[in-house]
Write a protein that binds this ligand. Structure first.
Ligand code: HSE
Length: 327
């Protein structure tokens, strides 16, 4: 099957993970958008962290949102990153169908690890599951982008697509939507999340609207090199393509310690990395777990010295995306 048209297995029967009263529980993973050079067009799914979501099917056209752990999430469905995609989905269905969503937020909003995308993707995958998987993955990305519009003012798919498809995805175009799964190598990912909030909307507003041709040429070389590196399994090529001459020089100013983290993690053996999504998290790719853990200790040492609270994760690339949990 053409992977761009990937479909979930359609079945009218009750599913594993769906209880008799029409409830599905899902783990919605974090994602790293941009992958340094691919602003708005490349993204990668993570095994950790994950949001936990519970979704119940309703037989009326209504969306109800609950925040389980006290995050001040907007509860108006049209303003909620899980709600807005479901509003679109039920309006397309045109039947008396709705969903009640409970979100256990583990991926902090404003972290740069795809918090809004996890809510959007988790909601649409679970809803589709409860409906008997009538929508394709591409349809789900189309719905989930409405959640990104709520969060950042712009429909971008570089978090929701990897969250739904798993692995690494290229968004060649969003009008029309053209999503390509790229083979993901077995790399380790180290992430540091300095505890400051950077709103994607703000991190987009500070970007320059024009780029120099010489910078564009360098960026195209890096994007092509990164994709070729993943396709060929050439990790040295992946490492030297993790360079961003357009977005990072502007956004990195918002992240204390960024330059030092990047250079010292590379010295410690990381292949490379940069800002995760719109920041403030920073991610680094490593060939093996020992290096990824060493890289984590370098990040910890830097933020301890700076005196800024942080969380770190050492994880791997999630190849399957949002996971329906077995009851
Ligand atoms: N591509 C988006 C941005 C991702 O960098 O603004 C946000 O997570």
């Amino acid at each position: 099957m053409n992977p761009d048209q990937q479909q979930f297995e359609k079945t009218g029967a009750r599913h594993i993970g769906q209880s008799a009263d029409g409830i599905a529980k899902v783990l919605a993973p974090g994602t790293v958008a941009n992958l340094v050079c691919g602003f708005d067009i490349l993204g990668m799914c993570l095994d950790e962290p994950n949001d936990l979501m519970e979704i119940r099917l309703l037989n009326e056209k209504k969306i109800i949102i609950h925040s389980a752990d006290g995050y001040p999430l907007p509860l108006d469905p049209a303003q909620n990153t899980a709600g807005a995609p479901l509003v679109e989905m039920i309006s397309e269905l045109g039947t008396p169908t709705g969903f009640e969503v409970t979100i256990h937020k583990k991926i902090k909003p404003g972290s740069g690890i795809g918090s809004s995308a996890a809510s959007a993707a988790g909601a649409v995958v679970a809803a589709n599951y409860l409906l008997g998987n009538i929508f394709s993955k591409k349809d789900l990305v189309r719905f989930a982008m409405f959640g990104e519009k709520v969060a950042s003012g712009v429909k971008h798919a570089d978090n929701v697509a990897p969250c739904i498809y798993g692995g690494i995805t290229l968004i060649r175009s969003i009008h029309p939507l053209d999503i390509i799964s790229i083979p993901a190598p077995d790399l380790f990912v180290t992430i540091v999340h300095p505890q400051i909030e950077v709103r994607t909307k703000d991190a987009r507003q500070i970007l320059r609207k024009e780029v120099l041709l010489k910078d564009a040429i360098r960026q195209w070389g890096n994007i092509a090199g990164l994709v070729a590196g993943f396709m060929k399994g050439d990790l040295d090529l992946v490492g030297r393509s993790l360079e961003d001459v357009i977005i990072e020089p502007v956004r990195s100013i918002l992240i204390p310690g960024f330059d030092e983290v990047k250079s010292r993690c590379k010295e410690a053996g990381a292949l490379g990395g940069g800002i995760s999504g719109s920041g403030p998290s920073i991610f680094m790719l490593s060939r093996d777990e020992a290096t990824a853990i060493h890289v984590e200790s370098v990040m910890q040492e830097i933020y301890n010295r700076i005196g800024l609270d942080y969380h770190t994760y050492v994880t791997t690339i999630n190849k399957t995306g949002v996971k329906i949990l077995q009851e």
